[in-house]
Ligand binder design. Sequence first.
Ligand code: ZN
Length: 218
Amino acid sequence: MYKNESALVLFSGGQDSTTCLYWAIKNFSSVRTLCFTYGQRHSKEVEVAQAIAENAGVPFQLLDASIISRLSINSLTSDIIMDQEKPVDSYPNTFVPGRNLLFLTFAAVVARSHGIRHIVTGVSEADYSGYPDCRDTFILSANASINLAMDEHFQIHTPLMWRNKADVWQLADELGVFDIVRTQTLTCYNGVVADGCGHCPSCKLRKQGLDNYLKKRK
Ligand code: ZN
């Protein structure tokens, strides 16, 4: 689709960003990954992400964005059990305010330094779980703002925007990486690779999508 052009993939080693990585490999002539660390409880996420990138034969860059974990408290970046506390707002306790705007801005700066104008991120509005910065309207707005801020022509791609979890499994299958995504990625909040711990919200969502897709696939 964009042959002779390069893309930077925001990459965490999870199901969504790994599917995006292989989507980018198919659609661009060269691809690099950018992985953020920001006080995730499981440094295993970084190891998993690096291994997937190596396996895919693409450069892996790690960027320390831990300032974000020093600005607010949430269950992705701290060990405090947020479920037992009164939520300060209506968003899920895994919501990190401003995260995707910061990450896209950092990604654009990194992409620019490599002469790359395509940025790929795995956000989705289909299984909308209340994250305002996963919405299509936000991505369009961020894209416009980043271009104005840097006087550039970045294009932010969101191949999963309108796909639910079953559709994401289907895309991985179409890209020929169903088994890679199923066995090598880490989406579990408890740090268990592949099918995960089975009982955290992320595992439940992943399994539900997988079951729905496998039913359809038969
Ligand atoms: Zn889990």
